[in-house]
Design a protein around this ligand. Sequence first.
Ligand code: ZN
Length: 294
Amino acid sequence: MDMIHDIPADIPGILSIVPPDPAADPAPVVFDSPHSGLTVPAGFTPAVPMDRVFVATDTHVDALFAAAPRHGGPLLKALFPRSFLDVNRSMEDVDPLLLAEPWPGPLSQASSVRRGMGLIWRFAWGDQPMYDRKLTVAEVRDRIDRYWRPYHAALDRMTASVHDRCGQVWHVDCHSMPRRGHALSPDPAGAERADIVLGDRDGTSCAPAFTAVVADAFRRRGYDVAINRPFKGAELVRRHGAPDRGRHSLQIEINRKLYMDEVTRARHDGFDRLAADLDAIAGEICAHARSQMT
Ligand SMILES: [Zn+2]
């Protein structure tokens, strides 16, 4: 396979891309980790301590998937905290309760916004308000322009270059989730979650065979896998999933109990085994995608 990947430049504090290993057979796959960023943006002054802000981040997910580019596909990472600006929301998911003035554009009716987890989170965690003041429309627009748009532009370009050259592209959207449901989540508070939750928006964001390949890769290694419950995938897989046009997009949620202490967010002994399994699974994903090209 010829050069298929177009890799945008890194943007300090906003995004960073690990290109595919030049020695690897290129794969028509793009990985992204939109929620693992821990760089505090200038001017972000929440009313809560930063460790409360970081509770919502998918800490270490970028490190867990660090080996994926060795199998032929790049890894895009957002560097800022997801509750500051969540790229896995649409630009219409603005929470009017955050604002000091009316939002001049269209507003979605998404349940994530009602739960305080919209484009900009109203709560740090549970019922703890993120801010002790209302935000201005200009502040929200600035975050959209400086964080949301560049991230989406990079991912759009990365997936489009593969699709243009191969006719198909596989996008793997990498996340982690708390062990149990909580006050902000769609499942009941306290509900135990599976090791892995795959989200293909109820079978609409990728070929069913792709979801099956990834589920099997985890199950063969001893993980229990749920599909679309309680997370079916959000804006990123919605935007990039159009299987009838050769665009396959799958969300992977990893249970944080497998690799970190959820209170301190430090890696625990399970991290290395999980990272090794994800290395092998990324290899299977890339091999599957290549096999579909022939
Ligand atoms: Zn996430």
